[in-house]
Design a protein around this ligand. Structure first.
Ligand SMILES: O=C(O)CCC(=O)C(=O)O
Ligand SMILES: [Fe+2]
Length: 421
């Protein structure tokens, strides 16, 4: 999907011990505090080679712009201005940003969620198979390592996927009669650890609220009314995952070295509106900048990474491009044998929404290197049908098993085999 040449740069801190990384993070935070919370243009070019001994601790690490959560509540116009700067990739923005300084309540929830995810993935394979996603017409549940691929390569990760919990009765009452209603339904909840269900439920609720605030800031940053996009999210189609990137074997580490370990998930952009991503301390997430270089999204305590999806790109005619990202396999040093845990939350429009480009006079899309053109990655205007298309294409056997009356056409449309709508 993306050219191999783009995979060249190494995350600056991947070879550093945890204590040094913590110190570096502190150095970067101090520097940013002094310069206010606005991103610094031109701060994203990482040197093509580095070693732990050649990186002085007082030099701030390249990183993503940091937007203080408290300003989202207390100074929406100021927050929106910083968000706009971060999303305008051609003007030196990173195309994504961190929301930092989350309230302690949310930080605690995030810590517990990461711990619980780690406990779930440590359970025996037979137990995880009880919530195997192949049982779910909504493509939710546990996916073992190798079940999914991105950019033509098998992903080196296992994951459990959730959506909004809905009973069949609820869905029947509100059914639109469209095929995408089939993506609504119940989750497959593991019995162990028992804390997983309440934690994931609380997390979805919190992320929904945060996402709506960010949507309003994004609308303001485009020169629209803050609530101008709210109607897209009356019944948002939520998707969320707990993900484990296992530690590569010692043999592969020895044979290939840290640089040769490859990717946990290949370069891609997310298909929804925006993604809020929680990650543990290990690192490995990287973003593509406007010139085709990779920028590490180093973990920052008390924050989430926010990246933009293809719906935003379509709505803004590319003025805010979807963020291309990938994940390196966990380095032996950083993950200390445990692998990496992340928790992406995907904020998507309601299934029944048609996505049309907004009227943004005077705004022009940036020139970008190393991305797919619209013709190679065409989005269907119906958000719901586009979501169904993505799932059907990624998981053809689950699609065939639960939706035998449907077929996925070469243009991506999911239709009834008998031709009825
Ligand atoms: O695990 C991560 O950090 C990123 C995951 C991701 O990009 C995805 O699942 O779409
Ligand atoms: Fe992603």
């Amino acid at each position: 999907m993306f050219s191999r040449a783009l995979h060249g740069r190494q995350a600056l801190c991947s070879g550093l011990p945890r204590a040094a990384k913590a110190l570096q993070r502190r150095a970067r935070r101090v520097d940013l505090d002094a310069a206010s919370f606005l991103p610094r243009a031109g701060s994203f070019s990482s040197p093509s080679s580095s070693s732990s001994s050649s990186v002085p601790l007082e030099v701030p690490l390249p990183g993503l712009p940091e937007l203080e959560h408290s300003r989202l509540l207390g100074d929406l116009p100021g927050f929106a201005q910083a968000l706009g700067k971060a999303c305008r990739v051609g003007d030196g923005g990173a195309g994504c940003f961190l929301v930092t300084g989350l309230p302690p309540r949310l930080q605690d929830l995030h810590e517990e969620l990461l711990e619980t995810a780690r406990a779930f993935f440590a359970r025996p394979a037979e137990e995880k198979a009880l919530v195997d996603y192949r049982q779910s017409p909504q493509f939710r549940g546990y996916m073992w390592q190798g079940a999914e691929n991105t950019a033509g390569r098998v992903d080196e990760r296992e994951q459990i996927e959730f959506g909004r919990e809905e009973t069949l009765l609820q869905i029947e009452k509100e059914a639109s009669g469209r095929l995408f209603d089939r993506l609504r339904g119940p989750n497959l909840w593991p019995q162990t650890p028992p804390t997983l269900r309440p934690l994931v439920t609380a997390w979805l609720h919190e992320m929904e609220e945060l996402s709506l605030g960010l949507t309003r800031a994004l609308a303001l940053s485009l020169g629209l009314e803050a609530e101008a996009l709210d109607h897209y999210f009356q019944a948002p189609h939520l998707q969320a995952k707990l993900v484990h990137y296992p530690q590569p074997s010692l043999a592969s580490y020895t044979a290939q070295g840290e640089d040769g370990l490859g990717l946990g998930v290949g370069a891609h952009s997310d298909s929804g509106f925006l993604t809020l991503l929680l990650q543990d301390e290990v690192g490995g997430l990287e973003f593509l900048d406007s010139s085709g270089g990779w920028v590490p999204a180093n973990p920052v305590k008390g924050s989430v990474v926010c990246n933009l999806g293809e719906v935003v790109q379509l709505m803004t005619r590319g003025v805010y491009p979807a963020t291309v990202h990938r994940v390196r396999r966990p380095s032996l040093k950083a993950s200390q044998g445990l692998g990496r845990i992340s928790a992406p939350f995907f904020w998507n429009p309601s299934l029944n929404q048609e996505i049309e480009p907004l009227n943004l006079p005077g705004a022009t899309p940036p020139k970008l290197v190393g991305r797919l053109g619209e013709s190679q990655n065409r989005m269907l205007r119906s958000y719901g049908m586009n979501a169904f298309k993505s799932l059907a294409r990624s998981h053809p056997t689950v699609f065939a098993r639960h939706h035998p009356d449907l077929t996925c056409m070469s243009d991506g449309q999911v239709v009834r085999r008998d031709g009825e709508r």
